[in-house]
Design a protein around this ligand. Sequence first.
Ligand code: ATP
Length: 438
Amino acid sequence: MTEDAPDHELMERVVNLCKRRGLVFPSAEIYGGFRSTYDYGPLGVLMLRNVKDAWWRSMVQLRDDVVGLDAAILSSPKIWEASGHLANFTDPLVDCRSCHERWRADKIEGRCPNCGSTDLTEPRAFNLMFKTYAGPVEEDATVAYLRPETAQGMFVNFLNVLQTSRKKPPFGIAQVGKSFRNEITPQNFVFRTREFEQMEMEYFVPPDEADKWFEYWLDERMRWYLDLGIPAERLRLRHHEAGELSHYSAATADVEFLFPWGWDELEGIANRTDYDLKAHAEHSGEKLEYFDQATGERYVPYVIEPAAGATRTMMAFLIAAYGEDEVGGEKRSVLHLHPRLAPHQMAVLPLSKNDALVPLSREVLALLQPLGMCDFDVTQSIGRRYRRQDEVGTPYCVTVDFDSLEDRAVTVRDRDTTEQARVPIDRLAEELRGRLAR
Ligand code: ATP
């Protein structure tokens, strides 16, 4: 695929695979679906969880300067007043006077994508926050909003975390969770939906170190995608022009992925300055600052924020991993997913349905389950079962055959090379642990 030739077929194949193999279903399908919402099926929920875990592992587990948080989705509307979302979190909405479709003006270049008309209304600001009522009375005083980003949870808990975690700048607060935006035109499968999951981290630093840490996080975040298997030629950093910056940002760069329709954003990394802490300090009357006991210095930290989308990133991993090749003269489709991201890490496949193989196969399954998610499949020919596993990215298949009953050894097959190796059951867990840890 090249930049000039968007690969719509690839997109279609990945979307079909997601439906056919239980990764992602259109939501409420028996009722005809519901406006670009999606449900994650048995394999999709595993993979989405793996994407979030891989992020958490890199951002929290492998560091000593970042702690976690899980803030409420429904919270005080005062947060959104202070953060500027009530006033500014808008997209420019236009109506087509010809077919009456509505569009986001900055995405359509003056022409209605539905009917081609250029007779559009003037853009007007449309606020993307979902509004609801907290409690049984529907009146202005009970209006609440579903959070449109997870970030504000970190800012309003800044003092709580500072006091309880004993961290000092530079330190970060990380959160993974659902966010909601009433997008004017949700599109491209799970790329842009109204309900989605974010993985965000606010990294609080001394103001004079902000530029350094901004650069640091650009490198760290690019490396995360590359380490998990996105090819370098499908990934780039794009720095925002001054006119494109959000109201709170001194510098922003997007991590972009080459999607089938072209380059598009996976993650935004921003220097949010002291905008949010100062805004919440002003609106709440609390002092949101750091007091350095060693130097006697008091300051409002600057914030570097890497903000990624979990659902959008899962889609990028699927697109990057999708391949077709030939094995033994037969075509197969395969997801070359990093073992940490694949829905199942292993599959145990008794060679045949013969009852004699069941007890040992179940013993092998129980041995491997603590290492990761393990599928267990006894139906169809072994060749077809290998291809079913390849198609959903299972890195290793473990086959129990009749010789296994004699020599207590099994065959381990590698998804990418299709190479097979005989491994004694005694050493199987150790062998697979090693292979999966790459
Ligand atoms: P866009 O310009 O695409 O609307 P944004 O710049 O407003 O996105 P941010 O506010 O920076 O997005 O959100 C951080 C990340 O959250 C995005 O990079 C993306 O991965 C994810 N994200 C944002 N909106 C959506 C959405 N509607 N559906 C899925 N993921 C989203």
